[in-house]
Design a protein around this ligand. Structure first.
Ligand SMILES: NC(=O)C1=CN([C@@H]2O[C@H](COP(=O)(O)OP(=O)(O)OC[C@H]3O[C@@H](n4cnc5c(N)ncnc54)[C@H](OP(=O)(O)O)[C@@H]3O)[C@@H](O)[C@H]2O)C=CC1
Ligand SMILES: CC(=O)N[C@@H](CCC(=O)OP(=O)(O)O)C(=O)O
Length: 359
């Protein structure tokens, strides 16, 4: 592999003016084998990237373009799509038809069943056949399939935390799979750059607000992936159900996800920790906390790490798991680049190994 410009892979980012798009631009600029050639935005077409993202001045020297998906394949080898939900349905189909590799950051190709989309996204999936090609882009669970596919559906931010924090327990069926409760908190950037009133500074600051209780569209994503893990090697695990309550917290970025479940076997703290250490052995972007320390979003801000901790609540026979990640990095752009590295055959951590910002 070489980092010379002539051998770089040309990358287009659609939806580049949003928060996830901007984070993709930042990470691509630091990547030795990727060359950003196209940045799309309708509203900011004609503006310099640095005028919309001043932190990228001197780093990204491009202008936003209002390009239809049909125009992307001529200008790049791979496509990263950071468009709103339902806006990627057609864009993905167009890029695949042109023979390109795609990583889609929206939810449009995350759910295996087309029948789930009307209920959770108020949309009929127009390409159920393409759903069967899509690989859920969580490298820690689907690395081999990501390597082979042309379409990665990059996970949502909350599901990345919720799935990673329960995966070892679900895979070994050590918990009651219908007792999972996830109480998660997200920074405001999770809602994108043009959010509704509750996300504006005077409404979100000094506040803590639960929302979409029991109805959030990330529920089927978490249940799908934990269910697949629980079914591995058994026909009789039954469905996974998750009670999920997201909260908006007055941080710019970061997710803290605290999960609870009833243990089905008598395990001590050391056995729980061993289970997680074994499951995530060799995973570069999952960090298991030492001792009884809980994961904390302060330590992952700006980085691609997901920090995890697992705690026994002996008195109630429950396990408490904690996950912390940056919603815009491991929860979005970093994870997308991690998957792209795998698709392209680069070392998975290429361009992603910087530490978070502290304090
Ligand atoms: N924010 C986060 O933490 C995470 C986001 N994601 C996903 O990434 C995607 C982008 O999210 P985010 O960056 O937060 O959102 P933003 O609202 O910040 O950005 C949306 C982007 O899409 C473009 N866009 C908006 N409407 C349309 C449309 N109708 N057709 C084409 N382009 C449009 C915007 O361009 P324009 O300048 O023209 O308005 C902008 O570039 C979403 O699918 C989201 O689910 C995934 C994980 C985490
Ligand atoms: C704080 C906030 O509003 N967060 C968003 C989730 C953002 C995200 O990662 O999810 P998607 O990629 O599926 O959009 C929400 O609750 O809808």
């Amino acid at each position: 592999m070489s980092s010379s410009t002539s051998q770089k892979v040309r990358v287009a980012v659609a939806g580049a003016s949003g928060y996830a798009g901007g984070e993709l631009l930042r990470l691509i600029a630091a990547h030795p084998y990727l060359d950003l050639t196209v940045t799309t935005s309708e509203k900011s077409a004609g503006s310099r990237v640095s005028s919309i993202f001043p932190h990228l001045a001197g780093i990204v020297d491009l202008t936003f373009e209002a390009l239809a998906p049909e125009a992307l394949p001529d200008r790049a080898d791979v496509m990263l799509l950071a468009l709103p939900h339902t806006k990627s349905f057609d864009a993905v189909a167009t890029c695949l038809k042109a023979g390109k590799q795609v990583v889609d950051l929206s939810a449009d190709y995350r759910l295996r069943e087309a029948a789930s989309y009307p209920a959770w996204y108020q949309a009929t999936h127009p390409y159920p056949d393409l759903l069967r090609q899509a690989v859920y882009g969580l490298p820690e669970l689907h690395r081999a399939a990501i390597q082979r596919t042309k379409l990665v559906a990059s996970p949502g931010c909350y599901p990345t935390a919720g799935i990673l924090q329960f995966a070892p327990l679900a895979a070994e069926r050590l918990i009651d799979l219908r007792s999972i409760v996830i109480d998660a908190k997200s920074g405001v950037s999770g809602a994108g750059r043009s959010p509704a009133l509750p996300y504006h500074f005077p409404e979100a600051h000094e506040s803590l607000e639960p929302y979409k209780i029991g109805q959030h569209r990330h529920i089927p994503e978490i249940e799908q992936e934990l269910g697949l893990l629980a079914q591995r090697g058994t026909a009789s695990s039954g469905p996974v159900t998750v009670t999920f309550t997201p909260h908006l917290v007055p941080m710019n970025r970061g997710i803290l996800s605290t999960g609870y479940a009833k243990l089905t076997r008598d395990l001590d703290q050391a056995a729980l920790r061993d289970l997680y250490a074994t499951f995530y052995k060799g995973e570069r972007f999952v960090r298991l906390q030492e001792g009884d320390k809980a994961a904390n979003p302060r330590h992952v801000r700006g980085s691609n790490f997901c920090d995890l901790s697992v705690h026994l609540d002996r008195r109630t026979g429950s396990v408490v798991t904690v996950a912390a990640l940056d919603n815009l990095v491991k929860g979005a752009a970093g994870q997308a680049i991690q998957a792209l590295n795998i698709m392209l055959g680069y070392p998975e951590e290429t361009g992603l190994l910087s530490a978070g910002l502290f304090p």
